[in-house]
Design a protein around this ligand. Structure first.
Ligand code: GLY
Ligand code: MN
Ligand code: MN
Length: 464
């Protein structure tokens, strides 16, 4: 029988364990989190656990030996509990369904681990996975050490499993990219729906207002009716000046004609995130000042897209965007040439950070800020410009390869300040797309929603 995706991933992980000296890997799924006496927060599996098992019931642990032998600890079938919480796969069905070699009742986890950990050279688990995991590992090691006189050999080393799994997760296979493409299309359609909703409201009542939460409701409606399980992160819907608050959540502020609306929202579909930002005029027409800054951000994003290709470094996109943004700030008069000098001076002094203070992208995958090393650890450290625009000695940024997925998300955020032209005050703009690195360059999978200013205006004019 051919291996399924999850068996194949476990086989690759076991090979990495062997190459790293062997041992036993242990990873658990996310715990359930009680909200109050009789209800939990919505349950979401652990991304790495699910990546290796495809199993989304709570309470489960995967145990993988470097030999390739795998075992799953899960809740046993229990007709009484299943009346309340639904069907459980159960111990008997797990091996055939999930392709693991064995399964055990998770209530017997300690015994199952101890039997496998004896004489293993190392125990691998994701560091930082919480106090419970570290406590269990300590307990297993103590139990084995206490039997040393009976010839039991406790592992001498604890190692971070995340290093191996994160590296695997950084490269998306065709199936993962297909899911991410679908997630991005749903999110793009949700943005279209939100823009059209705002336009319709202002057509009906030109002097009216629309609350941020009404726009958010349109996004969530589209996500859910298309089968996405949830938002990948809390949606940002920011009316006017709220766009200058980077982590603003959709709240109850009023959007008025003449304002910009910034939406940063993406759904999670089948365990994969999408992450899209669009900024549009509430009533469908950019003002000249809004359009002037919008075109700068759009050009910066194009520069970051052009810099995203195999062989380039992940941070090149940021440097490309910063250069275009900084030149734009000088041309628009946001930055005063007499005070900050030319574009190189303004980059070197970080003067641009008054209006652009975040990075231009991050890995995207199962998590919206996905796992994966950002630095090229095999290379020598040298002076680099870090994410805050400072020169620091560190490893160079990671070289991009096909199958990596990044976001490209430049912006401009203008808070009122002395010397800043008043017509730009309170304008906040970000444009964000999701890019798959291909053999030839990169492919944007989130362009199902328009991004050019004219196309956004045309979409918002459409009444059918
Ligand atoms: N939506 C989170 C981010 O853009 O990084
Ligand atoms: Mn993002
Ligand atoms: Mn975003």
């Amino acid at each position: 029988m051919s291996m399924n995706t999850f068996e194949e991933r476990r086989a690759r992980l076991a090979k990495s364990l062997r190459e790293a000296g062997g041992g036993l890997a242990v990873i658990r799924t996310a715990p359930e989190r009680p909200r109050n006496a009789d209800s939990d927060h919505p349950y979401r599996h652990d991304s790495s656990f699910h990546y290796l098992t495809g199993f989304d019931e709570p309470g489960a642990w995967l145990v993988l030996h470097a030999s390739g032998e795998s075992a799953l600890g899960c809740h046993a079938s229990d007709p009484e509990m299943e009346i309340w919480h639904g069907h459980r796969l159960g111990v008997d069905a797990a091996p055939a369904t999930l392709g693991v070699d064995a399964a055990f009742d998770v209530d017997t986890l300690d015994a199952a681990i101890l039997a496998r950990l004896d004489a293993a050279p190392a125990v691998w688990f994701p560091f930082g996975a919480g106090a419970e995991v570290a406590r269990r590992v300590d307990g297993w090691l103590a139990a084995l050490r206490s039997r040393a006189r009976s010839g039991v050999e406790a592992p001498m080393v604890q190692r971070d499993l995340s290093v191996l799994v994160n590296e695997m997760r950084l490269f998306k296979d065709a199936g993962e990219i297909a899911t991410m493409r679908r997630a991005a299309q749903i999110s793009a359609d949700a943005h279209v729906r939100a823009m059209r909703y705002a336009a319709a409201r202002f057509r009906a009542t030109p002097n009216g207002t629309v609350r941020e939460y009404e726009i958010e409701a349109e996004l969530l409606h589209e996500f859910r009716r298309r089968g996405a399980q949830s938002p990948a992160y809390p949606a940002i819907v920011a009316a006017g000046a709220n766009a200058c608050v980077l982590h603003y959540a959709a709240s109850d502020a009023e959007l008025r004609a003449g304002d910009l609306c910034l939406i940063d929202a993406g759904c999670e579909l089948d365990g994969y995130a999408s992450d899209i930002t669009r900024t549009f005029p509430a009533d469908g027409r950019f003002t000249p000042a809004q359009r002037e800054l919008y075109e700068i951000v759009l050009a910066a994003q194009q520069a970051s897209i052009d810099a995203t290709r195999p062989g380039a470094r992940q941070r090149d996109a940021h440097h490309a965007a910063v250069r275009v943004l900084t030149q734009g700030m000088l041309d628009a008069g946001l930055l005063d040439r007499d005070a900050v000098g030319n574009v190189d001076d303004a980059i070197r002094s970080s003067a641009y950070r008054q209006f652009y203070m975040h990075g231009t992208g991050h890995w995207l995958g199962r998590d919206v800020h996905d796992v994966g090393e950002y630095l090229s650890l095999g290379e020598a450290a040298a002076p680099q410009i870090d994410g805050m625009g400072r020169e620091v000695v560190m490893k160079p940024s990671r070289v991009l390869e096909p199958g990596m997925v990044v976001t490209l998300e430049p912006g401009l955020y203008v808070r009122p300040a002395v010397g800043v032209p008043e017509r730009f005050w309170h304008i906040g703009i970000r444009i964000e797309d999701d890019a798959v690195v291909t053999e030839a360059g990169c492919e944007l999978i989130s362009r199902g929603v328009p991004v050019a200013a004219n196309e956004i205006e045309a979409l918002m004019r459409r009444t059918s």
